[in-house]
Design a binder for this molecule. Structure first.
Ligand code: PKZ
Length: 176
């Protein structure tokens, strides 16, 4: 993947939280109305990620016609949302709450509508309140050379106190 995003080389290793889901289990949605993962979001992605070993997660996404941007291909903003959410769910395995402050996407290849994507997300490391993560998307069931990613992402997240950060807005987010 090509990127100008700089991952510091002095990160602390990511640590899995004590009370998080086991490898192989689905990471629960953090908010039922979340556009990325919420089951009650009417127009959302309904993205689901499975916990891997360490602070890693995998998922799948069918590129539906409603995700179209350019003729016949996924909208870049949708793909950015997919990466944001897949990394965000992955870092919940650290047992903390963090929000995105920087999102960097490498759109390496066009992604046609109807494609089924495999998503791989992992936390790279931390530095004080900063959490660095990366994710890739590869095409499932295609003969694309050696599973080369069609897109990739880096994210910088910042750890927050969820009650202080979301307290003023959370009731708005829970409405039908
Ligand atoms: C009520 C209970 C509900 C529970 C529910 C759970 C919810 C679980 C949510 C999961 C969600 C996942 C999936 C969706 C992820 C999104 O999409 S989140 C939505 C989009 N993001 C946002 O809305 C974030 C908006 N930004 C902010 O609110 C503020 O910038 C922040 C993040 C609170 C930081 O503000 P601050 O605390 O004043 O930060 P500050 O002290 O200046 O900086 C803290 C650190 O971050 C670094 N930093 C901040 N911004 C940047 C930047 N742009 N570049 C580089 N470094 C930066 C600083 O350098 C500093 O680093 P250190 O000095 O500690 O090393």
């Amino acid at each position: 993947m090509r990127t100008t995003f700089v991952v510091p080389d002095d990160l602390d290793a990511p640590r899995r939280g004590d009370d998080v889901v086991a490898p192989g289990d689905t990471i629960p949605p953090h908010n039922p109305m979340c556009y990325g993962c919420g089951p009650r979001s009417p127009h959302g992605l309904h993205l689901s990620m499975i916990a891997g070993e360490g602070v890693t997660a995998t998922g799948e996404l069918l590129v539906e016609p409603r995700f179209e941007g350019g003729p016949g291909v996924i909208h870049g903003g949708i793909l950015a949302s997919v990466f944001d959410e897949s990394m965000g769910l992955g870092l919940m395995l650290m047992g903390l709450t963090a929000v995105t402050v920087v999102l960097d996407i490498d759109y390496a290849r066009p992604v046609p509508i109807g494609t089924r994507l495999r998503l791989d997300a992992r936390v790279l490391g931390t530095r004080r309140r900063q959490v660095y993560a990366e994710a890739t998307a590869t095409v499932l069931g295609a003969d694309r050379a050696a599973g080369e990613p069609v897109a990739g992402a880096h994210g910088l997240f910042v750890i927050v106190d969820p009650h202080a950060h979301f307290g003023p807005t959370r009731d708005l987010g829970q409405k039908e």
